[in-house]
Design a protein around this ligand. Sequence first.
Ligand SMILES: Cc1cc2nc3c(=O)[nH]c(=O)nc-3n(C[C@H](O)[C@H](O)[C@H](O)COP(=O)(O)OP(=O)(O)OC[C@H]3O[C@@H](n4cnc5c(N)ncnc54)[C@H](O)[C@@H]3O)c2cc1C
Length: 512
Amino acid sequence: MTTKRNIVILGGGTAGWMTAAAMAKFIPARHYNITLIASAEIGTVGVGEATIPHIRQFNELLGIDENTFIKEVGATYKLAIRFKGWGKSDSDYCHGFGYSGEVINDVEFHHYYLRAGGAAKLGHYDNYNIAALAARAHRFNYPQDNTGDARSHFGYAFHIDASLYAAYLKRYSLARGVSFIDARVTDVVQHPSGDIASLLLDNGQSLHGDLFIDCSGFRGRLIEQTLASGYENWQHWLPCDSAQAAASDAIDNPPSYTLSAAHQAGWRWQIPLQHRTGNGIVYASQWLSDEQASEQLLGAIGDSADMPRQLRFVTGKRKKSWLHNCVAIGLSSGFLEPLESTSLYLVQAAIEKLIEYFPATEQCQGAREAFNHYIDTEYERVRDFLIFHYYQNQRPEPFWQAMSAIELPDSLQARLAQFRESGHFNAYRQGLFMPVSWTTLALGQGLQPQAVSPRISHIESGAIAQRLNRDASQLDDWVASMPTHQHAIDVTKNGAAHYPAASRSLYGANNK
Ligand SMILES: Cc1cc2nc3c(=O)[nH]c(=O)nc-3n(C[C@H](O)[C@H](O)[C@H](O)COP(=O)(O)OP(=O)(O)OC[C@H]3O[C@@H](n4cnc5c(N)ncnc54)[C@H](O)[C@@H]3O)c2cc1C
């Protein structure tokens, strides 16, 4: 008989319980014990309410029924992020989970749109994105089966109560054999090799492990405080370092988008849930004081049941997410502000990769390196996209002026140079985001390419405009016939919604 190996997860926030649930589902209980330790005294970050469509895949992998999930976590649907005041102070565009227009004769839609006169002649680029249009109209429908047009070609995500999601996954994990200990880790014992041997708890227990997963939040109790992985600080590119969060009342027929409204030194979010609205302000403390931030947040939301909760962060990532026999997942592995709702996606990506590379023995140097490379790529791609939001602006405030003058990472510099020259963004083979997302941001925030594809230079611009106007009014008709967002939520709560498979509706803006 072989002895069972011990997987120890430190941390009971969203990252910890997402990890525990996936491990319980995919790692055979005959050979592994899984234990999660978390201290109620320490608590969790507990924000993390806006998601991207990949969360549907995660739930599907776990076998979670989507209607049940929506009821349990107070979720609403999400089709887009609405960016107000990004670019210019009065700009307003939506990054929808879908395509804008169609690829015609192998040439992307935006080349036709720009050739026909762009925003000046045809209105916003996102007028051609069904998910963005439906979000603006506070409507929701599932992507339809095989219509072969925009009605099939979009995805959706959720606004969730992150604490309820963690609680739901806790029940899921415990029912599948995960052991839970409510205690604080006070010390860590290491082997001479540097590997972690066991955790000493404040209840006197010593917990031996073979693999440790650090989901202990910003502090990185194992990956940093014990193993000293080191941190790549990206604040020179993304200088926001503070946030405040506060809840307000639920909204009737809430928007099916996350709101991100830029202010003089950062941005403010609004995330509608069934039972409340999550609000927050993200800012650079060098440019805006905590008092000014609270004032702005409360001014925008009116009455709030609670005083804003203060959070601090350092944007960046651990130099190595997997070091020795410890893998960091969640905030212990890094932090990128939630401007594109990517944190839970990064948790999910790390979990799925760890399970794919799961080490059969203690010899796992290859898996470790491949995992770290994968995580680095995921973080860097999100980072570049976030920097682009700040850099591409024409706002007058000192913070924004400074942001438009920063020195870009080489990877982003090269990407933007290609778009400026030719209107083209390369597709990544791994990581967020797809070219349509980059194009949406570029056009939404006023970056025009110098040229469009020469392959359509022979087509008369008036003829293209006529066709695009027809397409836009067709999209408007389709959106007008969708149910209101509130109706869609009510149907789901009654358990009557027939949702599509996650793999089928994973289109558009945020593909892996
Ligand atoms: C302002 C803000 C807004 C955000 N918005 C979004 C969003 O819209 N969308 C999104 O996807 N993400 C968002 N995030 C990120 C998201 O909140 C986190 O990714 C997510 O909550 C996961 O956190 P975590 O589980 O890694 O850490 P935490 O929630 O901090 O959990 C840490 C856990 O470790 C335990 N712990 C720590 N030390 C010890 C110890 N010594 N002994 C025992 N237990 C210990 C704690 O008890 C706790 O259970 C946001 C984050 C911030 C800061």
